[in-house]
Write a protein that binds this ligand. Structure first.
Ligand SMILES: Cc1cc2nc3c(=O)[nH]c(=O)nc-3n(C[C@H](O)[C@H](O)[C@H](O)COP(=O)(O)OP(=O)(O)OC[C@H]3O[C@@H](n4cnc5c(N)ncnc54)[C@H](O)[C@@H]3O)c2cc1C
Length: 406
């Protein structure tokens, strides 16, 4: 049995790996276990998701050495974002980085690329152990230690012991349940279809969110004449959209986008994601913490899930480093309570705000239409609100390891 790792992390997704790398860089020992085989973790298959990243997230990825591993053709950039309501009568709301000290609002990177570079970086860190094809059988958290029972080959049980257990195994987290932590789940009854499309005209690094009355369309600038396209519709309509032949689907997107980018052509597969949000009632338990989607699984409409996941990583690492500096036990209740407070402060407004936006834009009744128009027009003419949203995207922050400066 391996003794006393500082952290035992279940889930080698982008959040679990970012945490493991940050802990290793801060001088902690960590073991990460994932159910997937090594080949799938090292060379993740495309999943259609393109992740919009804030400045704080990009800073964290740089600090962890992940950004530097991305290929130039994997980093799209957003210089302006436009939100359009209903029938394109007017451009309701637009955001630019003006006044933020940067000429970029954020970046777009494919999820599989983030997973690939995270795994590659983690595999090179001394002090970090990666166990693939792992089926965790039991999580035991006791006052003095954490014990994990797992197997990587059927019928060959193994054990690990550590100081802190971390659940990073997705919004449907199995570990969260093992810890006895309930989560509020919200099924929106809608499905997001994501894909990449090539188009005739340049996108000019502008991201569009078009809240139509039947479905929502987001068109996010990737590299070259390629965009990441996200169509959200109720479950029945989404099934029909997925069943459409490629050309008919492309024509429908092009029509809803008013041919702004000229002819559009599907590149590769369409990937459906049923929309279910999750918010854990607690982010910590005895000697344990939740990070990433296991803590808060966001509706993707505001593109904040991974950004918030990286914030959870930064907050937890900060709490652990402070505890170590004060010669405290890193999984003492008061240390974890500090993490809980910090992450709840970050997560609550964005989670509840996002759900409210998602519900408003899923409704097609007359009062909701009016509310949408008033909201967007109001926001356009409310400089403090626009400035606050822009600051959220471009604001400094991110992970700070001991001995580094912002
Ligand atoms: C369509 C879509 C678009 C999105 N767009 C954005 C965006 O623009 N910006 C943004 O910030 N976020 C976005 N997100 C959210 C982002 O993808 C997630 O927040 C992020 O992937 C969560 O990372 P994670 O590591 O917490 O969980 P996951 O990515 O779900 O990884 C969990 C890991 O745990 C492993 N695992 C699961 N169960 C077990 C188990 N029992 N034992 C062992 N291992 C297990 C899995 O194999 C996996 O490797 C989007 C999400 C979707 C669906």
């Amino acid at each position: 049995m391996q003794q006393d790792r500082d952290a035992l992390i279940v889930g080698a997704g982008p959040a679990g790996l970012a945490l493991a790398i940050a802990l290793a860089d801060a001088g902690f020992t960590a073991t990460v276990l994932d159910a997937q085989p090594r080949e799938a973790l090292a060379a993740p298959a495309e999943d259609g998701r393109d992740i919009a990243l804030t400045h704080a997230s990009a800073a964290t990825l740089r600090a962890l050495g992940l950004w530097q591993r991305l290929l130039p053709e994997e980093i799209g950039c957003i210089k302006e974002a436009r939100v359009i309501d209903g029938d394109w009568q007017d451009r309701a709301l637009s955001f630019s980085p003006q006044g933020s000290g940067s000429d970029v609002l954020g970046w777009i990177v494919p999820n599989h690329a983030l997973r690939r570079v995270s795994f590659a970086a983690a595999a090179e860190r001394p002090g970090l152990q990666l166990l693939d094809s792992a089926q965790v059988l039991r999580v035991g958290t006791e006052p003095g230690r954490v014990q994990l029972d797992f197997e990587t080959s059927p019928g060959m049980p193994r054990q690990l012991q550590g100081r802190l257990f971390v659940a990073a195994d997705s919004r449907f987290s199995w570990s969260r349940k093992q810890l006895g932590i309930a989560a509020d789940m919200h099924d929106f009854g809608r499905v997001m279809i994501v894909c990449r499309m090539r188009h005739d005209f340049p996108h000019g690094d502008v991201a569009y969110e078009c809240f139509g009355y039947e479905r929502t369309l987001a068109v996010l600038p990737a590299v070259g004449h390629v965009s990441s396209v996200v169509v959200t519709a109720d479950a029945a309509a989404a099934s029909q959209l997925l069943a459409l032949p490629e050309q008919a689907f492309a024509a429908l997107v092009e029509r809803q986008f008013r041919s702004r980018l000229g002819r559009m052509q599907l590149l590769g597969k369409r990937f459906p994601y049923p929309l279910v949000a999750a918010y854990a009632r607690r982010f910590v338990a005895q000697r344990s913490a939740l990070v990433g989607d296991a803590a808060v699984g966001m509706h993707p409409v505001t593109a904040h899930g991974y950004n918030l996941g990286l914030q959870s990583v930064a907050s937890l690492v900060h709490a652990l480093c402070e505890a170590r500096a004060a010669q405290q036990d890193i999984s003492a209740a008061e240390v974890l309570a500090g993490y809980e407070r910090a992450h709840r402060r970050d997560a609550a407004p964005i989670y509840h705000g996002t759900n409210a936006v998602a519900r408003l834009y899923a409704s097609t009744g007359a009062p909701q239409r009016l509310a949408r128009q008033l909201l967007l027009r109001g926001a356009q003419h409310l400089p403090p609100l626009k400035a606050a949203i822009t600051a959220r995207l471009t604001g400094r922050g991110g992970l700070q390891l001991p001995g580094t400066t912002a």
